[in-house]
Ligand binder design. Structure first.
Ligand SMILES: Nc1nc2nc(S)n(CCO)c2c(=O)[nH]1
Length: 157
């Protein structure tokens, strides 16, 4: 089994229900949910002209290989009607693989660690809630968060 961290987000419809549903469907597909962070309401990053997100970070265990896990993630997003219309636009559910053990993957369809995770307050703040021991290049998550300009845009639901 490998420890994996996922970021989940939704900014359309019943956002909390979509997050809940995503976890249920992951758990039905060889993904064991270990820890779920508190849920945060967050200002959209990137494409600003859209609704606020609800975000959380989840620690899971799985025997799925990275690309098998990606297939499960993509199928859960599809089942929950994620329409990939505008690339950075609104979505019912978004599931990003942040970390897969200590593995590094650099493929066209999958990059682990997630390329933008260390600069995203909507990822690092909930990640710190469930893995405060984690460091990046010796730096504690709480220190990385302090340096993020948009950390105030992440508010506990
Ligand atoms: N606050 C916030 N902004 C975002 N921009 C994108 S794209 N996404 C989707 C995740 O890559 C988000 C998100 O989940 N939360």
């Amino acid at each position: 089994m490998t420890d994996v961290f996922l970021s989940i987000g939704s900014n359309i419809g019943d956002r909390e229900e979509y997050l809940r549903n995503a976890l249920i469907r992951l758990s039905e597909n060889s993904v064991i949910i270990e820890k779920v962070s508190p849920i945060y309401e967050t200002e959209p990053v990137g494409y600003k002209d859209q609704g606020k997100f609800l975000n959380a970070v989840v620690k899971v265990k799985t025997e799925l290989k990275p690309h098998e896990l990606l297939k499960v993630v993509n199928s859960v997003e599809k089942e929950l009607k994620r329409e990939r219309t505008v690339r950075w636009g609104p979505r019912t559910i978004d599931i990003d693989i942040l970390l897969y053990g200590d593995l590094v993957v650099d493929d066209d369809d999958l990059k682990i660690p997630h390329e933008r995770m260390w600069e995203r307050a909507f990822v690092l703040i909930p990640l710190n809630d469930i893995a405060p021991y984690m460091t990046k290049d010796g730096e504690k998550l709480s220190c990385l968060i302090e340096m993020l300009p948009d950390k105030e845009d992440v508010k506990l639901l």
